[in-house]
Design a protein around this ligand. Structure first.
Ligand code: GAR
Length: 208
């Protein structure tokens, strides 16, 4: 069993998907930068230490990330999982957890980094959209891709219908990525991630 700390800011549905997946992982803490994040409830329900660390109470991003590191170290973490964590991390944080810090993003990166990805996808008229699990680097929403899922964009989609279609796939690929990490199967070489297992697929094509 590896130890993982989850960082989140809101609803926590990806955290719930990880908890429901029966992974070979001990979640040693869930930390939110927003004290009212609904996602912390899943930690309470599973007896996982839930930490609310209000970023508004810190004078600088650096000071906040130092406090965040202290909490992560207290809990112990082989892996730090960003699950809807909506704050930019300092370079010091990213470097400290390099190779053991992963994120899920609601687009097929490198398309549509940042916020409002579903609106952007509809505005650009792309026909395929999706989500990405990647190792985190200092560049926002960028880093070696572990797994991606693609979904069709349908003619009558709204940002909400598209977001729901993508989210269902997020809940599928994030547990898979964390399982691979926990089993020691992920290898990063030349900025690309491969899975040390025969016949696995690092992509999912979802039909509506
Ligand atoms: C998810 O769609 C996740 O991909 C996104 O926030 C949502 C969180 O939902 N993350 C990002 O945009 C990070 N750049 P959740 O709280 O229900 O897991």
């Amino acid at each position: 069993m590896i130890k993982a700390v989850v960082l989140l800011s809101g609803r926590g549905s990806n955290f719930k998907a990880l908890l429901d997946a029966d992974l070979p992982v001990t979640f040693s803490a869930a930390i939110s930068n927003r004290p009212d994040a609904a996602g912390l409830e899943y930690a309470h329900a599973h007896g996982i230490p839930a930490v609310a660390l209000d970023h508004k109470k810190f004078p600088t991003r650096e000071a906040f990330d130092e406090a965040l590191i202290a909490e992560i170290e207290k809990a112990g973490a082989d892996l730090v999982v960003l699950a809807g964590y909506m704050r930019i991390l300092t370079r010091a944080f990213v470097e400290r957890y390099a190779g053991r810090l992963i994120n899920i993003h609601p687009s097929l990166l490198p398309s549509f980094p940042g916020l409002h990805t579903h609106e952007s996808a509809l505005r650009e008229g792309v026909k395929i959209h999706g989500c990405t699990v990647h190792f985190v680097t200092a560049a926002l929403d960028h880093g070696p891709v572990v797994i991606q899922a693609a979904v069709p964009v349908l003619p009558d989609d709204t940002p909400e219908t598209l977001a729901a279609r993508v989210l269902a796939q997020e809940h599928r690929i994030y547990p898979q990525a964390v399982r691979w990490f926990a089993e020691g199967k992920l290898v990063i070489s030349d900025g690309c991630v491969n899975v040390r297992e025969q016949g696995v697929s690092q992509w999912v094509l979802a039909t509506p």
